[in-house]
Design a protein around this ligand. Structure first.
Ligand SMILES: Cc1cc2nc3c(=O)[nH]c(=O)nc-3n(C[C@H](O)[C@H](O)[C@H](O)COP(=O)(O)OP(=O)(O)OC[C@H]3O[C@@H](n4cnc5c(N)ncnc54)[C@H](O)[C@@H]3O)c2cc1C
Length: 407
């Protein structure tokens, strides 16, 4: 199997998501535009790993912005299109279906912008939103710290008010995109009094301020997608505080919810394409004297993944329907995160079983199947049961809030 086969992500057979019939014209227009523009902008990169590099992702994102495909859900008066969630989901679905890469400024668009729209002052909206809309400023999210991940309320990065500024000292970790970000949605402790959750504020912090330093962390894949970020007497203007002082916990929790309704749509669509590629891999690989797809254990595992994928589509439909009525995803959000991340890991484990020792061949080896992408993505999926809440935390949420089990 060559790389083009692995990344031939156009999946004509996949059923459509919510709103498909009513929004058919919107979907078809988008599909035609993507089918024309992606090959035109990507050229030779189609079917190669470089299509998913930060450089191309930024170029493609800029192209979407220039075509007006930005701020889809934002109110018109802020430069957006006021599209309902169903249509936003279709946009994400069609991009994934066309094989377009994920955005780099996904935190800016998916989390920061809706949070500023909900909680920002008129001045903050004027100041920060246009540069997200036109993609000229990339955002990161500074929540986790060495002593505060699952237990986010334990954050220790201090912000002390001195006149017109907050003086910030402390460390964040696992901060995705911090090495290229211009701004950070930063969670800080503004008082040590009272319950930990009641002493947290949110700052919109410029990453280029004196005293901010970023150190990339190399992952198991060899790439460095996230970073440590150090704040050493960084003076953040007080008018960059989002919402009231010490009222940041609710803002941080709401920010996570904005993203959850559409977050999994492209990931589920991509997983469908990967599962199709896995079936082709199994049909084209011989192991233990027969084609892998003829092995009952492999067939059964592929069948299970198809069932999980179907369940994920149903979950995603329900979450979108609820979100359109203003209901946050709640326990369903945990179920879909858990099922998606664990099924995605299983898919790539199965690829490793099918490939056997060939799975270890890296992109530099001429005979590496799919230029080593199966192995690289297998390693990357290890992060998926940790990011956006670990599997253990989501199981706790399902057990306590969904099933009413004791703590
Ligand atoms: C690829 C990737 C990108 C990320 N990007 C960002 C980002 O941009 N910004 C950001 O702020 N953070 C980011 N994170 C951090 C992520 O949010 C944290 O890793 C996650 O919340 C877990 O926190 P932790 O790593 O401190 O682990 P810990 O919370 O220390 O957990 C360690 C282990 O203990 C388990 N555990 C902890 N508490 C409980 C409990 N109550 N019950 C049962 N088990 C428990 C966990 O499940 C885990 O297995 C990213 C992480 C990854 C992997």
């Amino acid at each position: 199997m060559n790389n083009a086969e692995f990344r031939s992500e156009r999946i004509a057979e996949a059923p459509d998501f919510l709103g498909a019939e009513a929004d058919g014209e919107f979907r078809n227009g988008l599909r035609e535009w993507l089918a024309r523009e992606l090959p035109r902008v990507a050229g030779d990169l189609i079917g190669t790993a470089a299509l998913h590099s930060v450089e191309f992702r930024r170029k493609w994102e800029d192209h979407l912005c220039c075509a007006g495909l930005s701020g889809l859900g934002w109110p018109r008066e802020l430069g957006g299109h006021s599209l309902p969630l169903g249509k936003q989901a279709i946009f994400h679905e069609e991009c994934a279906r066309a094989g377009a890469p994920l955005a780099v400024n996904m935190i800016g668009h998916g989390i920061v912008a809706p949070t500023i729209i909900a909680y920002g002052s008129a001045e903050q909206k004027r100041r920060f939103l246009p540069s997200i809309l036109d993609n000229s400023q990339v955002w990161c999210q500074g929540y986790s710290e060495p002593g505060a991940g699952s237990d986010l309320a334990a954050i220790a990065t201090r912000a002390e008010r001195r006149g017109d500024v907050y003086v910030v000292n402390g460390q964040k970790i696992w901060t995705s995109f911090a090495n290229i970000a211009d701004q950070c949605l930063l969670l800080v402790r503004t008082t040590l009094d009272g319950a930990p959750r009641k002493g947290i504020s949110v700052l919109l912090a410029d990453m280029h301020l004196p005293g901010v330093s970023v150190r990339p962390i190399r992952q198991i894949t060899g790439e460095a997608d996230f970073n440590e970020v150090f704040f050493d007497n960084v003076e953040v203007p007080a008018d960059c505080r989002l919402g009231e002082e010490n009222a940041g916990w609710k803002i941080a929790m709401d920010a996570a919810n904005y993203e959850r309704s559409t977050y999994f749509v492209p990931r589920i669509v991509r997983m469908q394409a990967e599962l199709e590629a896995l079936v082709r891999l199994a049909a084209g690989t011989r192991r233990r004297g027969r084609t892998a797809i003829d092995d009952p254990a492999i067939r059964s595992a592929i069948g299970e993944l198809h069932i999980n994928l179907h369940a994920l589509r149903l979950y995603a439909d329900r979450i979108l329907e609820m979100a359109e009525q203003g209901v946050p995803p709640g326990v369903d959000g945990s179920s879909v995160k858990l099922l998606w991340s664990e099924s995605h890991q299983r898919l790539f484990e199965l690829a490793m079983e099918i490939l056997g020792p060939d799975a270890a061949l890296g992109p530099q080896e001429i005979s590496a199947p799919a230029q080593g992408r199966w192995g690289r993505d297998f390693l990357w999926t290890k992060a998926e049961t940790v990011l956006a809440g670990t599997s253990e935390i989501h199981r706790n949420i399902i057990a306590e809030r969904g099933l009413g089990l004791p703590r």
